[in-house]
Write a protein that binds this ligand. Structure first.
Ligand code: ZN
Length: 257
C-alpha cells in the first residue's frame, strides 16, 4: 500500500540484517520490464498503484547491494515454485493461474518461463460474456471483455454486492465464475498445451469451484483434443500446493537459479 520508495526502504531494512546474501529472487506485481536489453529493465511500468509507475525497483536494489537478482513477475515467481517444488514438479509444461485481486498466469513451456517482448498478461485474455451477466466489468482497459474484468475478486464483489468469501453458499456465483475461468483455461490449453493447470489465489480458496471448472473445461474442449492428461481432469486442473507460500518459495528457487 506504500509507494515504491517507501516500500523499498522497508525491504532494504529487512535484508540489511543479513551480510551473507548470495542472490535474491524478486517476483513483483506487474506490469514490469523484464527485458534485459531494455533501457527500463527492472522498472515498474505504468500502473494505477500510487508512486510505482516508472519506479526503478531493480536499480534501487542493485544500488543497495550489487549481487545477482532474478527479476520477474509475482505470478511467474509463484508458478516457478509450483513447477520446481510443487504440484507440477514432474511435468515440463504447465500453467499457473492466480485469481485474486487481479488475475495473471505464470506459464512454463519446455521447462522455461514463457516471455516475449515482456511477460504474458494471460489474465486479460478475452472471453465470451454470459448472456445473463449484466455486470459492466472491472478492468479499466477491457471492461467486461477480459477474464480479470469479469472474474477477479473485486469483480465478484462489485457484481454481487458482497465479498467472494461471503458468497460461498450462492451456487449461481460459482457457476458463473467457473464458466469464465474454464473459458480462459480452454484458451491456454489450445495455445500452450500444458500438461497441468494449477489454480491459486484468494478466489480459488472456494474449493467448490474446482469440480465446476473441470466439468466446463471438458465441455468447452468438446472432444477436440484427446490426451491422457485431459482424460484425467482431477489431476489436470489442481489447486496450488504450497499453502500460499508459492510466491516466496518461487523467489528462493529463482535466486538459486
Ligand atoms: Zn483486461
Amino acid at each position: 500500500t506504500l509507494d515504491g520508495e517507501k516500500t523499498l526502504d522497508q525491504v532494504i531494512a529487512f535484508f540489511d540484517q543479513y551480510d551473507n546474501i548470495d542472490a535474491i529472487g524478486i517476483a513483483a506485481f506487474g506490469p514490469i520490464d523484464i527485458v534485459p536489453e531494455s533501457k527500463t529493465y527492472g522498472y515498474v511500468l505504468d500502473t494505477p498503484k500510487h508512486g510505482w509507475s516508472g519506479y526503478d525497483f531493480l536499480g534501487r536494489m542493485k544500488a543497495w547491494r550489487d549481487i545477482p537478482y532474478y527479476w520477474t513477475t509475482d505470478v511467474n515467481g509463484a508458478g516457478w515454485a509450483e513447477f520446481t517444488t510443487g504440484a507440477a514438479k514432474d511435468v515440463d509444461n504447465m500453467v499457473y493461474l492466480t485469481v485474486g485481486t487481479g488475475v495473471g498466469a505464470g506459464i512454463v513451456s519446455g521447462g522455461q518461463l514463457v516471455s516475449g517482448y515482456g511477460h504474458p498478461e494471460a489474465g486479460h485474455i478475452f472471453l465470451q460474456k454470459h448472456p445473463e451477466d449484466t455486470y459492466a466489468g472491472h478492468c479499466p482497459f477491457h471492461g467486461a471483455n477480459c477474464l480479470e474484468g469479469l472474474a477477479a475478486g473485486p469483480a465478484i464483489e462489485e457484481r454481487w454486492g458482497r465479498k467472494a468469501v461471503d458468497l460461498a453458499d450462492c451456487p449461481e456465483v460459482w457457476e458463473l465464475e467457473a464458466d469464465y475461468i474454464a473459458q480462459a483455461l480452454t484458451g491456454y490449453v489450445m495455445t500452450v498445451s500444458p500438461e497441468m493447470i494449477i489454480l491459486g489465489g484468494g478466489v480459488m480458496h472456494q474449493e467448490q469451484l474446482f469440480p465446476l471448472i473441470r466439468k466446463k473445461l471438458k465441455e468447452y474442449i468438446n472432444g477436440y483434443i484427446v490426451t491422457d492428461e485431459l482424460a484425467d481432469m482431477e489431476h489436470y486442473v489442481v489447486p496450488a500446493s504450497l499453502h500460499d507460500d508459492q510466491g516466496i518459495m518461487g523467489c528462493l528457487e529463482l535466486a538459486r537459479r
